[in-house]
Design a protein around this ligand. Sequence first.
Ligand SMILES: CC(C)(COP(=O)(O)OP(=O)(O)OC[C@H]1O[C@@H](n2cnc3c(N)ncnc32)[C@H](O)[C@@H]1OP(=O)(O)O)[C@@H](O)C(=O)NCCC(=O)NCCS
Length: 170
Amino acid sequence: MSRVRRPKITLRAAELDDAAAVAALYVDPGVFGSVLQLPYPRESYWRERLDSRDPDNLNLLALIGDQIVGHGHLGRPQPHARRRHVGAIGIAVGPAHQRRGIGDALMTALIERAERWMQMTRLELEVYVDNAAAIALYRKHGFVEEGRMRAYAFRDGQHVDALGMARVRQ
Ligand SMILES: CC(C)(COP(=O)(O)OP(=O)(O)OC[C@H]1O[C@@H](n2cnc3c(N)ncnc32)[C@H](O)[C@@H]1OP(=O)(O)O)[C@@H](O)C(=O)NCCC(=O)NCCS
């Protein structure tokens, strides 16, 4: 799929009332299947996730006009004192809006928040080995493959391997 024109994208933190629009981003099997979500995403599930008062958690939305077209998450993978420098990132863009720079914009903003404002120097994520688009996005933003996790998750009738990737700021 080649890139089409780049629309004007705005970014903002999600509010509780965005839950239905965020759930709608995860309806497509190409989206929920590429992360750890299940079919039939629920607004109430997303409402609960967006309700986090923890300032370490950011649910960032990408909009074209007033339409929510992408969602990124930055959080801490574990609460350990000695892993306070570590952040975890996840990203999803609606199928109709992929390949238009939205993943780039979300990733740039999440990295900036993590590294310039939260003292996170190691950012981690997991990605299925066959998700070429996401792997290319992560490499472009300085993430490096660190290992392969076999049978990491069950997806559409089969277990699938995942890569652990991280970006480390020295
Ligand atoms: C992966 C995903 C987030 C990329 O978002 P996007 O908005 O389409 O990506 P962008 O248009 O910003 O592209 C940014 C970079 O990603 C890479 N990329 C994105 N889509 C690609 C594709 N189909 N093939 C190859 N590289 C791709 C490229 O390096 C691209 O940079 P370039 O335009 O300079 O070549 C999006 O495809 C998606 O949400 N997929 C479903 C959910 C998912 O897989 N999430 C990640 C789970 S780990």
